[in-house]
Ligand binder design. Structure first.
Ligand SMILES: Nc1ncnc2c1ncn2[C@@H]1O[C@H](COP(=O)(O)OP(=O)(O)O)[C@@H](O)[C@H]1O
Ligand SMILES: Nc1ccn([C@@H]2O[C@H](COP(=O)(O)O)[C@@H](O)[C@H]2O)c(=O)n1
Length: 210
């Protein structure tokens, strides 16, 4: 598919990346069809850690670029642009490794890729056509992350706050915030910013109808 457009949605953990990408998809899918758009999560490309015992896996710095297999994601984006389906790994936040399953993603005119460290990787940046940065205040992100990790990712308060201080916050300042310089569009007010959603939806509509 040579007229495929890849939109990267980047920002701090719990800044609203998933909500923003999913809202665009949900609000356009009836009009454009499910084969026009697809969403890929950078988190699906966390490295396989099957070779490590669980006690070691919980020590990994999941906010460092090396935690991700970005080469595989870049290869998959190339394959999608060549019209080929890809097998996206399925990641488990409770096991801290990949499951044995994959999700088949077919090429689509608009591919939304969302994740914390996408813009830190030069090879990935070459694949992206539009870069969006979610500029949500970190204290708001922290509150949302605590709630989400307790409810959905099988964590307790102590592990969330320790991880936040040890890696999540420092890596944000070392890697994520500086990668903002690569953004074409910076979105304030999070994943429910209605004006931003409408503007990006209009762009996606235009691209899907090319
Ligand atoms: N504007 C918002 N208002 C209320 N809750 C929000 C808002 N944006 C995101 N959330 C919630 O915060 C959590 C993190 O949002 P999410 O989109 O998953 O962030 P990210 O993908 O950046 O990690 C989710 O539970 C989501 O429903
Ligand atoms: N085993 C893991 C893997 C990742 N994380 C955290 O997920 C965050 C990225 O995902 P978002 O949906 O929040 O963008 C990242 O900050 C990692 O700390 C984890 O806790 N455990």
């Amino acid at each position: 598919m040579n007229n495929l457009t890849i939109i990267a949605v980047v920002g701090a953990s719990a800044s609203g990346k998933s909500l923003f990408a999913q809202t665009i998809y949900d609000e356009l899918v009836d009009e454009l069809g499910s084969d026009s758009m697809t969403i890929i999560k950078e988190d699906s490309y966390y490295r396989c850690q099957d070779h490590l015992p669980f006690e070691e896996r919980i020590k990994t710095n999941y906010d460092h670029p090396k935690a991700f297999e970005h080469e595989l994601l870049a290869q998959h984006l190339l394959e999608l642009s060549q019209g080929q389906p890809i097998n996206v790994p399925v990641y488990s936040y409770t096991e801290h490794t990949r499951s044995n399953e994959v999700e088949v993603i077919n090429p689509a005119k608009v591919v939304l890729v969302e994740g914390i460290l996408l813009l830190t990787d030069k090879a990935l940046r070459k694949r992206f056509d539009i870069n969006i940065f979610m500029d949500t205040p970190l204290d708001i992100c922290l509150i949302r992350r605590i709630k989400r990790d307790l409810e959905e990712r099988g964590r307790d308060l102590e592990s969330v706050t320790n991880q936040y201080q040890d890696t999540v916050r420092p890596m944000y300042y070392r890697y994520i915030e500086p990668s903002r310089e690569h953004a074409d569009i910076v979105i304030t007010k999070g994943g429910r910013n209605r004006m931003a959603l409408e503007l990006i939806k209009a762009k996606v509509r235009e691209l899907a109808n090319l």
